[in-house]
Design a binder for this molecule. Sequence first.
Ligand SMILES: NC(=O)c1ccc[n+]([C@@H]2O[C@H](COP(=O)([O-])OP(=O)(O)OC[C@H]3O[C@@H](n4cnc5c(N)ncnc54)[C@H](OP(=O)(O)O)[C@@H]3O)[C@@H](O)[C@H]2O)c1
Length: 253
Amino acid sequence: MELNLKDKIVLITGASGGIGTAICHEFLVEGSIVYACYNGNENKIKTILESDGINQEMKNKLFPLKMNVTDQNSVKEGFRIILNKFVKIDVLVNCAGISNERPFLLTEEEEWEKIMTVNLSSIARLCRHALKPMFREKKGAIVNVSSVLGSRFGRGNIPYAVSKAGINRFTQALATEIGPKGIRINAVCPGIIETTMSHALKSRLGDNVTDIIPLQRNGKPEEVAKAVVFLASEKAASYITGTTLIIDGGISV
Ligand SMILES: NC(=O)c1ccc[n+]([C@@H]2O[C@H](COP(=O)([O-])OP(=O)(O)OC[C@H]3O[C@@H](n4cnc5c(N)ncnc54)[C@H](OP(=O)(O)O)[C@@H]3O)[C@@H](O)[C@H]2O)c1
């Protein structure tokens, strides 16, 4: 299906992570202009250029951008750079996130605050910046990367689970406010996806965890990325807003 994402201006946070690089790849393949935001790991963005299916035209449309989502000035400067060049932003993908693997009573307040700030408050900050140009254009799409832990399970990841539940509710509530302005916002809720983030969880749950997944395997980053581009596409997902799409091989059913 033609997604009509060619030359759309797309900002992706967490673009240097396992899922983020896959999302960048998918948008580049669709012909989008991609601002790939990293915090400390710029080298990971370069690996996108070497991945299968990326030609020179696509390479020219990838712009690495340093952005610490917890730092107001860093976010402001990132948006200034994009809007100076292209005036608008068509798609925002909030994918930056951190996790913890610790029982609640061993989780210090500082760790709690950090997870809430990176995972949840930063999304509100990025949306605030993106919505101004989107309101002007009377169109746009936002996709937030949440987690199945936002609505199920959660043992050993309480602040993470709470931050992701917050993303889900934020997505639903904001959809009601910005829908009348022509802007859609949705979330994807992945289960266990093969990236460095899921290593600690997998080692706690053990190799047999795939036995309880109806599809009998963990997910791949590109399987999340394909859902993100679908939800970002005005052509494919024109009547979808406020949804929290679970991508977990069925583990939560
Ligand atoms: N993997 C899973 O099983 C799974 C399941 C459900 C949901 N998720 C969600 O999917 C998203 C991506 O996860 P992943 O598996 O790809 O994890 P990952 O490989 O650890 O990537 C995390 C990304 O977040 C970025 N980041 C962290 N702190 C940041 C900050 N202060 N400012 C800007 N960027 C920051 C990192 O940037 P740098 O590396 O440049 O510092 C990196 O790009 C997260 O929101 C995560 O909660 C993952």
